[in-house]
Design a protein around this ligand. Structure first.
Ligand SMILES: C[S@@+](CC[C@H](N)C(=O)[O-])C[C@H]1O[C@@H](n2cnc3c(N)ncnc32)[C@H](O)[C@@H]1O
Length: 347
C-alpha cells in the first residue's frame, strides 16, 4: 500500500521536500503562518493549509487521507507558541505554553491513529517532561516507538546540526536508517556553496535575489577582514574586540563573528544566521556574512528552491527564521527513507 503523509507545522517545506525526494507522497502541510505558503506549494506538489494545529479539528485532517493508504502524520512542533496577533513567537508567553503544541500533536495522533508518526525537534527536548508524555501517549496507543539524536552530517547535510528524530509505527518496529556518510566523506561548506558567484556585503547577485548578504558596518568589515576560517575574535586587533569579549562572559562565545571553514560542515544554521555577529556565519573567504541562499543550501535545500514570489515583501530576518527553522531537507530524506523501508518490511 502506498504511504500518504500530512506534515504538521510544515513551514516552508524542508521536511516535506525531503520526504518527497525519498519517494513518499505528501498530501498537505499545515501551518499557521501564511508567509510560508508560496515556498511550500511552489516547490512541493502538496496543498498548504493555513491553520492553527491546536484548533484544527482532527476530522479535517482525517478527511485529507484517501482510502487504502498507509497514513503518516509527521511534524516538527515549535517550542514557542506563535501569536497570530503579533505574527511572532511569544518568548514572553506563559511558562505552561512552552511545548503546548507538542501536546496538540499528541492529541492529533490520539484522534487520528495514523499508522506512522514522525516527530523531529531540538535535542534538548529529550530532557523535557513533555517528551516522556509524548512517548508514553504513543506507547499506550500501541505504537512501536524509537528515537535518536541524529548528527546531520551523517545524513548528507553540510552542517553540524543535531536533531532529535522520533519514529513510531502501529505496524511494527521502526527506526531511523543508519548514517549514510562518515567523517571522511561529510559534505563541506565548499561542496555546498563553493560554486555560488561572489557578492559583497550589502549586495545581491543579479541572477538570484536570495543570494544577498547583509550590510556590514565599517568596524565589522575590519573585523571580518581579520577573521580566519574556524578562528575566533581573539585573532583580531585589540581595538576591534567588543567589551563583552574581554569579560569572563564573552569567553564562552568564541565563535561569534567567526568565519566558516571551506573544508568542514558549517556550524548549525540558526534562525539568526543572516547576521554575521550571531555566530560563525562569516563566509570562508569573502568579507561578508553568508547570504540567505547560502544558509538555505547549507540546510540542504536545492539551489533553485523558490522562497518568494517576485512581489512579496517578507523581511530578510523573517525569511532567515523560516530557513533556520526548517528541517534540513536531507534529514527529511533520511526520515522518509526510514518510513519507506519500514513499510516494505512489514508489507
Ligand atoms: C520548526 S518550524 C517547522 C519547519 C518545517 N517542518 C520545515 O521543515 O520547513 C515550526 C513551524 O510551526 C509553525 N507554527 C507555529 N505555531 C503553530 C500553530 N499553532 N499551528 C500551526 N503551525 C504553527 C510556524 O509557523 C513554523 O513554520
Amino acid at each position: 500500500m502506498p504511504c500518504a503523509v500530512i506534515d504538521l507545522f510544515c513551514g516552508i517545506g524542508g521536511l516535506t521536500h525531503g520526504l518527497t525526494r525519498s519517494g513518499l507522497q505528501v498530501l498537505a502541510g499545515i501551518d499557521i503562518d501564511s508567509t510560508c505558503q508560496y515556498a511550500y506549494e511552489k516547490n512541493n506538489d502538496a496543498q498548504f493549509i493555513e491553520a492553527d494545529v491546536a484548533q484544527l479539528a482532527s476530522d479535517e485532517i482525517v478527511s485529507l487521507y484517501p482510502a487504502e493508504v498507509v497514513r503518516a502524520l509527521v511534524g516538527c512542533a515549535p517550542c514557542q507558541p506563535f501569536s497570530k496577533y503579533t505574527q511572532r513567537y511569544r518568548k514572553d508567553g506563559h511558562k505552561g505554553d512552552k511545548w503546548k503544541l507538542l501536546y496538540s500533536f499528541a492529541e492529533k495522533v490520539t484522534d487520528i491513529l495514523p499508522e506512522i508518526v514522525s516527530m523531529e525537534n531540538v535535542p534538548e527536548l529529550a530532557s523535557e517532561p513533555v517528551f516522556d508524555d509524548f512517548r508514553n501517549t504513543l506507547t499506550d496507543l500501541g505504537y512501536h516507538v524509537s528515537w535518536s539524536i541524529a548528527f546531520c552530517p551523517d545524513y548528507g547535510v553540510p552542517q553540524g546540526r543535531r536533531r532529535l528524530v522520533l519514529l513510531a509505527s502501529r505496524l511494527g518496529d521502526i527506526k531511523l536508517i543508519e548514517p549514510q556518510y562518515t567523517p571522511e566523506n561529510y559534505l563541506t561548506v565548499k561542496d555546498s556553496i563553493g560554486m555560488l558567484p561572489p557578492i559583497k556585503a550589502g549586495q545581491s547577485s543579479k541572477d538570484d535575489s536570495l543570494h544577498t548578504a547583509a550590510q556590514l558596518s565599517s568596524i565589522n568589515i575590519k573585523r571580518i577582514k581579520q577573521s580566519v576560517p574556524g578562528g575566533t575574535w581573539r585573532d583580531w586587533d585589540e581595538n576591534l574586540q567588543l567589551t563583552c569579549h574581554k569579560k569572563e562572559s564573552g569567553i564562552t562565545y568564541p565563535s561569534v563573528y567567526g568565519r566558516m571553514s571551506w573544508n568542514e560542515p558549517a556550524p548549525t544554521i540558526t534562525t539568526q544566521f543572516y547576521g554575521y555577529g550571531n555566530g560563525r556565519f562569516g563566509h570562508p573567504e569573502q568579507d561578508r556574512g553568508i547570504s540567505l541562499r547560502e544558509g538555505a543550501m547549507l540546510q540542504s535545500f536545492p539551489p533553485d528552491y523558490d522562497f518568494l514570489p517576485p512581489n512579496m515583501i517578507v523581511s530578510k530576518k523573517e525569511l532567515g527564521i523560516h530557513i533556520g527553522n526548517a528541517v534540513p531537507v536531507n534529514l527529511g530524506v533520511a526520515i522518509g527513507e526510514s518510513i519507506r523501508r519500514h513499510i516494505e518490511e512489514v508489507n
